[in-house]
Design a protein around this ligand. Structure first.
Ligand SMILES: NC(=O)c1ccc[n+]([C@@H]2O[C@H](COP(=O)([O-])OP(=O)(O)OC[C@H]3O[C@@H](n4cnc5c(N)ncnc54)[C@H](OP(=O)(O)O)[C@@H]3O)[C@@H](O)[C@H]2O)c1
Length: 247
């Protein structure tokens, strides 16, 4: 049984990815800051006959990440699949972004991806097999107002995905990303409730070829494909899960 580590696994896309990877036969480490949410997901997997543990860690904290990895390896063995899903979004007009906000967003969304991937890599190199699946965002492709730090961090993930794919392909490790458009998750709900989109979201998604919001399970299905044995000849790709809104 392969072990998958999903960051931000306690809610939204990460939760759906944990459930899906467990259904696909993997042992799952559900990592998030709020242990209650991660436990709920691990329990739901166990209730379906799967194997999972909940691990509390802030991906931006190096010490917490190393402790979490030690726990995961001792409970579930080496990590074969890493889903770098944890992310935060903040809405601030560009002129109002200060160093603290820039660093906060970059540390969670981009630096943590570098650090976690580097920490997990020895497991994959030793096995000669690995799957790294990152989560970027539509906003990094087409731009999004009032979240330049967020979209810059996601653009960094796209670049990392492509470069790591080139570096790791010979080692049996693939690196891909999904790029969600508008997926209805707690993150999206917070933006809706806070009236943070410049245009009502219903007006945005109404223009898409598939004119609705996406479901977390639809993003998870794309993650599961990249994590699968079948995707061994697919690397360095960024798959939009966005209702066909852009190429
Ligand atoms: N929803 C969308 O439409 C959409 C669109 C484009 C891209 N995305 C990307 O998709 C990913 C998942 O988004 P989502 O909508 O599912 O978000 P969400 O509903 O807010 O869930 C994010 C999860 O990440 C965890 N998390 C946040 N910061 C963390 C940290 N520092 N360390 C560890 N865990 C952390 C949260 O749990 P804790 O707070 O307990 O840690 C939560 O479980 C993000 O990278 C996001 O940028 C989403």
């Amino acid at each position: 049984m392969k072990t998958a580590l999903v960051t931000g696994g306690g809610a939204g896309i990460g939760r759906a990815a944990c459930m899906r990877l467990a259904r696909d036969g993997m042992a799952v480490a559900v990592l998030g800051r709020r242990i209650g949410n991660a436990r709920e997901v691990a329990d739901a997997i166990a209730a379906q006959g799967g194997r999972a543990i909940a691990v509390a860690a802030d991906v931006a904290d190096e010490v917490q990440v190393s402790a979490a990895l030690a726990r995961i390896r001792s409970a579930l063995g080496p990590v074969a699949v890493l889903v770098n899903n944890a992310g935060i979004e903040e809405f601030t007009p560009f002129a109002g972004i200060d160093d603290a906000a820039w660093d906060r967003v970059m540390d969670v969304n981009l630096k943590a991806v570098y650090r976690l991937t580097q920490n997990v890599l020895p497991d994959m190199e030793k096995a000669g097999w690995g799957r790294i699946v990152n989560v970027t965002a539509l906003g990094a492709q087409i731009g999004a107002a009032n979240m330049v730090h967020y979209t810059a961090s996601k653009g960094g993930i796209t670049a990392m995905t492509r470069s790591l794919a080139v570096e790791l392909g010979r080692k049996g490790i693939t690196v891909n990303a999904i790029s969600p458009g508008f997926i209805l998750t707690p993150m999206a709900q917070r933006a809706i409730d806070g009236d943070l989109f410049p245009v009502p979201y219903q007006d945005i998604v109404a223009t898409y070829p598939v004119p609705r919001v996406g479901r977390p399970e639809e993003a998870a299905a794309a993650i599961a494909y990249f994590a699968s044995e079948d995707a061994g000849y697919v690397t360095g790709q960024v798959l939009g899960v966005n209702g066909g809104c852009c190429p």
